[in-house]
Unconditional design. Structure first.
Length: 169
């Protein structure tokens, strides 16, 4: 009987051993509760996308609730985002027309670093995060792109915030 109990205890230790550092909620360090987010640095050839992406990231952080957005002087951390690539690619074509696309994918790639404001120490960083959105081509490309920019920026913002609050130290 003691042997069975010992085997059960050993099995429980083996099964739960991987859960020792698992926890629900934000994985950020306890001292990081507020964040300052300057406007994204746009290194792409697409003008003004930094405004939509910055606004999307602010909204996503507020919805998540793990961090509170504040001014630079009151923040525990600073989130710096660099937009590194913007591109469109066709994803669907008109029936019988292999050269005429009717649906495109807008993609925005960014890098980010979340740093402690006091020391400059890196808390979380990622060299490449991509957000995207598929959209129908309607009328002219400029109008179609303007409709797709907000959803693509929202997807990028969601992915960045997920990487920040779910990182494993």
């Amino acid at each position: 009987m003691k042997r069975i109990a010992l085997i059960l205890v050993a099995a429980m230790i083996c099964l739960t051993g991987g859960c020792v550092q698992y926890r629900l909620g934000s994985m950020l360090p306890a001292d990081i509760r507020t964040v300052y987010i300057p406007t994204c640095d746009n290194q792409t050839s697409e003008p003004l996308i930094e405004q939509d992406v910055t606004q999307s990231i602010l909204s996503q952080i507020q919805m998540d609730g793990s961090l509170r957005v504040t001014t630079e002087d009151l923040a525990d951390s600073v989130l710096r985002i660099t937009l590194t690539k913007f591109w469109l690619e066709p994803v669907a074509y008109e029936a019988g027309e292999s050269s005429t696309a009717n649906q495109y994918r807008m993609s925005i790639r960014a890098s980010f670093v979340l740093q402690r404001k006091a020391t400059g120490a890196v808390v979380v960083e990622a060299p490449a995060v991509t957000g995207w959105y598929d959209f129908d081509f309607m009328g002219d490309m400029s109008s179609s792109k303007s409709v797709a920019l907000r959803p693509a920026a929202n997807d990028l913002g969601r992915r960045i915030v997920n990487q920040i609050v779910q990182y494993w130290p």
